[in-house]
Design a protein around this ligand. Structure first.
Ligand SMILES: [Fe+2]
Length: 186
């Protein structure tokens, strides 16, 4: 959800939220039914975060950071790998042994991505951009999140029924991505 501050604060707080989902899932025993709901919520947050980065962060990285194209391309490839694992996870029964394996894959991929961004990309962005630019990007990302599926903004009249978007099961990753990018909306 919207946190406040510049783009780096906003995205860093997202990272902590996702790590919180990892901890909550891990605190439950394998096969526990609540892991399904938490995994679906985690998926929504992760896809929403990835889309926000792709729409607002990486264009700025390409524009302002030396070697920005290579960095952005790598981050986008990271996202694609995470989403591939999330797509397998969404169709997996919680008591299937694959569920735990896929969850660990997602967690490890995301942890590497988070470390890379926080230790490498964000410091470079802070060096390359004015505070005003970083604030504007943070605001754009928050605007995008107001129509986010977990808590739809009441002023967004084109928000489809919540359960249609976050209904668990196959297609969750694609539905969230389409919803946040606005693809498929008339
Ligand atoms: Fe990120």
């Amino acid at each position: 959800m919207g946190h406040g501050g510049d783009v780096i604060n906003e995205l860093t707080t997202d990272h902590r939220e996702v790590e919180n989902y990892f901890q909550q899932i891990e605190s439950l025993p394998s096969g526990h039914q609540d892991r399904r709901k938490l995994a679906d919520e985690m998926t929504i947050e992760l896809v929403r975060h990835s889309v926000a980065e792709e729409m607002y962060l990486y264009p700025a990285v390409r524009e302002h950071i030396e070697d920005g194209d290579a960095i952005a391309d790598k981050e986008i490839a990271d996202h694609a790998r995470v989403e591939q694992a999330l797509k397998q996870l969404e169709g997996c029964d919680v008591d299937d042994p694959q569920f735990d394996r896929l969850f660990i894959t997602v967690k490890n991929e995301v942890k590497a991505h988070v470390e890379d961004e926080e230790n490498n990309l964000f410091p470079k962005l802070r060096m390359a951009c004015s505070q005003e630019m970083l604030d504007t990007l943070g605001e754009k990302i928050r605007m995008g999140k107001k129509i986010a599926p977990t808590r739809p903004h009441p002023a967004a009249p084109d928000t489809p029924p919540l359960n249609k978007i976050i209904a668990p099961g196959t297609g969750l990753v694609d539905r969230v991505r389409d919803f946040v990018t606005g693809r498929g909306r008339s």
